[in-house]
Design a binder for this molecule. Sequence first.
Ligand SMILES: Cc1ncc(COP(=O)(O)O)c(C=O)c1O
Length: 410
Amino acid sequence: MLDLLPLTAEIADGQLSIGGMAASRLAEEHGTPLVVYCEETIRAQARAYRAAAPGASIVYGTKAFANVALLRVLAEEGVGADVSTLGELAFAREAGLDGGRILFHGNNKSDDELRAAAEAGATVVLDAPDEPARAAAAGVGRVLVRLTPGVEAVTHQSIQTAHDESKFGLAPDAALAAIAEARALGMDVAGIHFHVGSQLARVEESLVAVDRLVAFCARAGVELGWTPQVLDIGGGLGIKYTRDEHVPEIADFVPPLVARLPAGVQVVLEPGRSLVGRAGVTLYRVGVVKDSGGVSYVAVDGGMSDNPRPQLYGARYEALLANRADELPDGVFRIAGKHCESGDVLIDAIALPHPRRGDLLAVPATGAYTLAMASTYNGVPNPAAVLVAGGVARLVRARQPVADLLRFER
Ligand SMILES: Cc1ncc(COP(=O)(O)O)c(C=O)c1O
């Protein structure tokens, strides 16, 4: 279990602690559900990327969790931001990132988004045939072109992004046309981007994509007399959610990809999940415990509103009782949320010491695409998040008050 938890996680006297803070104390002080982020884990992951690809530019896939404090920690580690909406751009700007460290993505950018990216001085990743003209009109100066390399990542189909039918990117012919048009419009076409998909547990498809990217660049050289200065090979490396899962280390996944790129090019990497996923642990308070038709239900005070991944992707998680972490399991339980759907199940079956009302359930590997995808379904406000390090917890996302839900009612 420890290899699913943040690097600073410890279990002593049955109590889980993270960053030197007891989970039970964090829950008492900040309430539950609570997402606890370990600063050391985030910094270690950023450093692992820097070590795996020296000289590469690393930008955080902000969609994994847009948070100003996390973006600042990452910026201190030399990591910029990949954003894809006005909102994500606002988080990056609030964190103090200047346009030189921001990439603006999106398969359907609005004119407002293009103008905001231009004003910020961000590099825009062109993703549609009409975007060179729209970006130029918006005042964008520097662009990459997103290539669809036509590879099918081995991952959930909702997070495959480089197959032929993908809504993202441009097929080679269209990408060549976009490069030519963007150059003719006076923009600095710095290079090419691709992103294979997310939660990748193997490198093979990414290697194929890199080879296709290199072949595409050769073609652009012949047909357009243009050579990229920047090659952005996206993010995608997965994390371990369960003990039986295997994912490569950053040090094993990244170097073979970078090694296939032409020498002298500026490499860009866009990790999201693998920077913050393992760093996050969600703490829930156990409420109702009951048997139903032979299933032992344990209901917690959150669910699909703070983590919709089980419903979206059939995601599997593990869990432990943070206040009784040294007790042996004596049953198998289904962890349900508090929402009005039978499908609001966080974990279908997990062995635990028989949970009791008031226990604290910790769910590891919930730092990416969880709170970021939160809703207020059933009028449940979004939980708080804290960043812990060296025995200190800093509130980095306040708990949303119920009054906030009524703020926009008319
Ligand atoms: C263009 C782009 N870059 C980077 C990422 C980050 O991906 P991941 O969180 O899997 O590393 C994504 C997410 O899907 C993306 O669409």
